[in-house]
Design a protein. Structure first.
Length: 149
């Protein structure tokens, strides 16, 4: 690559070239499109996630990265904890979801069709910390690590 910022090449990742050898969470398939590894990005990761019909992912968070989600198809629900309650944001095609850093959540797909979403993160890597619960160990009355997993 050139040091001339005005003349850097664009990178084209075709839909059939998405990579599945990225951080995964049980119950979903995460495919990497744009990242430091695939496109040389420094501050963004972008990919696609698929959740099968009537399935759900494991609980997880994305460390210190912000995550934006765009629903392509299906009717996914995004679940997070608020106090002692589980909150479900039901989404459909064309909807957007924002996940702040370190917020434990999971994707559920109550629908009859696969849910497909596009994800963008403020990192060049697929940061994923899989969890046992939406609640921190302290909130569950247990000792354990903080938000970093």
């Amino acid at each position: 690559m050139s040091d001339d910022l005005w003349h850097q090449p664009l990178v084209h990742v075709r839909g059939g070239e998405l990579r599945g050898d990225t951080a995964q969470t049980p119950g979903m398939t995460r495919l990497e499109a744009i990242s430091g590894r695939t496109a040389g990005s420094d501050r963004i990761w972008m990919g696609q996630t698929r959740v099968a019909a009537r399935a759900s992912s494991g609980d997880h968070h994305h460390g210190g990265t912000e995550t934006a989600i765009y629903v392509v198809s299906g009717t996914p629900a995004f679940v997070f904890a608020d106090g002692d309650q589980e909150i479900r944001l039901l989404a459909g095609p064309g909807d957007y979801i924002f996940v702040p850093p370190y917020v434990p959540h999971r994707e559920e797909n109550p629908g009859a069709d696969e849910a497909v979403v596009i994800i963008a993160r403020s990192s060049q890597q697929a940061v994923v910390v899989n969890l046992d619960s939406l609640w921190s160990p302290a909130a569950r009355g247990e000792a354990g690590p903080g938000p970093a997993g």
